[in-house]
Design a protein around this ligand. Sequence first.
Ligand code: SAH
Ligand code: SF4
Ligand code: F3S
Length: 462
Amino acid sequence: MSGTDHELKTVFVKTYGCQMNVYDSERMTDALATSGYAAVDSPESADLILLNTCHIREKAAEKVYSEIGRLRRIKEEAAESGRAVVIGIAGCVAQAEGEEIVRRAPVVDLVVGPQSYQRLPELVARAAHGRVVETEFAVAEKFAALDRPAASRPGRHAAFLTVQEGCDKFCAFCVVPYTRGAESSRPIASIAAEARRLAAEGVREVTLLGQNVNAFHGEGPDGDAWTLGRLLFHLAEIPGLDRLRYTTSHPRDMDDTLIAAHRDLDALMPYLHLPVQSGSDRVLAAMNRKHTRDDYLRIIDKVRDARAGMAIAGDFIVGFPGEEEADFEDTLRIVDEVGYASAFSFKYSPRPGTPAAGRDQVPEPVMAERLARLQERIAAAQAAFNASRVGMTAEVLFERPGRHAGQIVGRSPWLSPVQVSADAALIGSIARVALTDVGSNSLFGRVVGKAGADRPVVEATA
Ligand code: SAH
Ligand code: SF4
Ligand code: F3S
């Protein structure tokens, strides 16, 4: 530590919401480490407690307030023993609610929006002397700060890398364009430098993150705006980075370079998370999705033509205002037509400030019933997808020990967990696994050899 008069302090960060928050939490911890904060894994022992929050549905946002209630007691107990604790709210609730948070929960000392984390050390220092609310959209500054090398996290074999933030799509249900602001992309050189650092640390798989990642348009070394597809071709050249993924995409932005990347790059895993939200054209229009059911299905066909055996993942909302039974049945049908490998599904949650929030709402019991039917259909699709993998040999990146002794767990190219009985020394490497069986969520198999450049990522065994 530098020769300042402050002693070593501790920070606890709790993360809610999407992968981008996971990435941001790591970067917040790194920024605070430069001003002497060490990360701890319980709030009771921390001098600074940060909640990195999510505003996507009402339940997610309300969780934050019940957690603040718990933290208030921790702060009061610490104060009794003469220790000051700073409570900070970061993330999308911070951006959406700003001052309102300290009005509703006066125990909060600091509110910091997702584009201002580079200012954390200074904001935290100020918050010790009085409330601070910072919700500027300083995304260029945030991206520039990401050029500072992150702390190395040994033992990690797969990592996230944010390449794009924000969204200009304005789906009628969604808060993201308001909480994360307009679409903005990191420059190629900055992304490639971070990817090289990760590879040097032993990371074998990188997932590029963005709220609307395939709208990526980062500035290339040639001064042109590069597409996500072009970025993927570039990153695939980095030695040691064996696997690339990206998430989450919008159907409107599946351009030809991205489809070519799926066709030509072995490193790009045969997996695509492409939310559709509804299978009904009427509902899609009311959602302002800017695509039809048929547009979506045609894109899936194109991607599958480019790369055989692609796993498709999706997101669905049931009970969007105006959704009738017939619309919902169109949604059920699209699940069968696509044959999803996995999908998330949610009841529509009206969000303050979004266009759909003021429309006539579908009654809760109707939503609950539709969600149950949809989830049953999705589970069947997922089971069928997994069953179709049995008999194939696929490369698996082993990431951690399994629940039972002698077992290790990794990810298939399609992102599903794969469990095998094998030596823990394989963790961190990619091996060829003959897939023999399916469980409820994972695949089982046995290791049959090393991954090799001369062998395909997936092959059907005779
Ligand atoms: N940027 C990503 C993810 C957005 S949030 C994308 O565009 O795909 C993740 C998912 O949450 C969305 O795909 C949608 O299915 C769901 N979601 C968003 N807003 C919602 C709301 N108001 N109510 C219910 N689900 C919502
Ligand atoms: Fe939200 Fe995704 Fe729609 Fe953007 S594209 S508004 S992030 S659901
Ligand atoms: Fe939630 Fe914000 Fe991510 S609202 S889903 S944390 S972008």
